[in-house]
Design a protein around this ligand. Structure first.
Ligand code: ZN
Length: 294
């Protein structure tokens, strides 16, 4: 399909300022050759009208088009300043629709970021789908996602803070397991921040740089029973009531019941009970919840 001259192809493309030169089907893909509509441009340095120097074709991955993967081939112009005394020499044009690395259109980058951020899809899966490398998608996530995360209005006043660790990278020959500590607004159900590490000093470093007024508004902090959290929250969150979820409390209680059972067993029999021993046989019953007992 050649340029129809009445803008139908441009309307379908939906990238103002770009003109469609050709649409071709290659295998399962659509390849759309485009150029900018800019025919005259002044030199950025001296203002003299520039002259077209040459063009180079750049391939850019775009959003799928009517269910087919789409690729743009941008005949990118290089302009030249005609004033021999000007330092500008030559430069290539840019487009607001294309990211700085010129691998993805900005709308494809924004969609890749949404897939990873909002739909929690793995970067590798989105990269495979778009036919680009892992870093292309990760860069799009950073470019489009960071402003969303850093937006000052994203995290308001927090009254109930949740803190928990997650293993982030599995141990390899080069490094042990890398943990991150997540901080969550329990009321708004949003992640406030992620801190690298799970040691007390990692958490304390974070609370140190948080605004005092914001910390003062926190009345409850929910964590597991790890000592590192207890000391990491001190002294900046000493004023908040500390809450632990039932799962962790019950686990500690169960461990105590178990150790008492083993001690009683040892004291009465002088050794670990045999398999048929009544005390050994009720070991699971001892840990069952009231609601599950008849
Ligand atoms: Zn110039």
């Amino acid at each position: 399909m050649d340029n129809d001259g009445i803008g139908l192809a441009e309307a379908l493309l939906g990238l103002p300022g770009l003109r469609v030169l050709e649409v071709a089907e290659t295998g399962d893909e659509l390849t759309i050759t485009i150029e900018t509509e800019t025919d005259r441009v002044g030199c950025g340095r001296c203002g003299v009208r520039a002259e077209g120097h040459d063009r180079m074709a750049i391939e850019i991955r775009d959003l799928a088009c009517f269910g087919r993967p789409a690729r743009l081939v941008w005949n990118k112009r290089r302009w030249r300043c005609v004033d021999p005394d000007c330092d500008a020499k030559t430069w290539t044009e840019e487009s607001v629709h294309v990211d700085r690395q010129a691998v993805l259109t900005r709308r494809a980058g924004a969609e890749a970021c949404r897939q990873v951020g909002e739909n929690a899809r793995p970067v590798a899966g989105v990269a495979r789908e778009l036919g680009v490398c892992w870093w292309t998608v990760m860069n799009a996530v950073i470019e489009h996602g960071r402003p969303l995360v850093d937006a000052p209005a994203r995290v308001g006043p927090v009254t109930q803070l949740g803190v928990d660790e997650t293993s982030f990278l599995k141990a390899t020959a080069e490094h042990p397991t890398v943990y991150v500590t997540g901080l969550v607004d329990l009321h708004a159900k949003i992640v406030i921040d992620m801190v690298e590490g799970n040691a007390a000093r990692d958490l304390r470093r974070w609370t140190e740089q948080a605004a005092g007024k914001w910390l003062a508004g926190i009345t409850v902090v929910a964590t597991d029973l790890a000592e590192s959290f207890r000391s990491g929250l001190s002294p900046h969150l000493d004023h908040a009531r500390r809450v632990t979820d039932p799962f962790h409390v019950v686990r500690v209680a169960n461990r105590c019941v178990d150790s008492v059972r083993r001690r009683v067993q040892n004291e009465t029999l002088g050794h670990r009970g045999p398999k048929q021993d009544p005390l050994y046989r009720i070991r699971k019953l001892l840990l069952s919840g009231t609601e599950r007992l008849d």
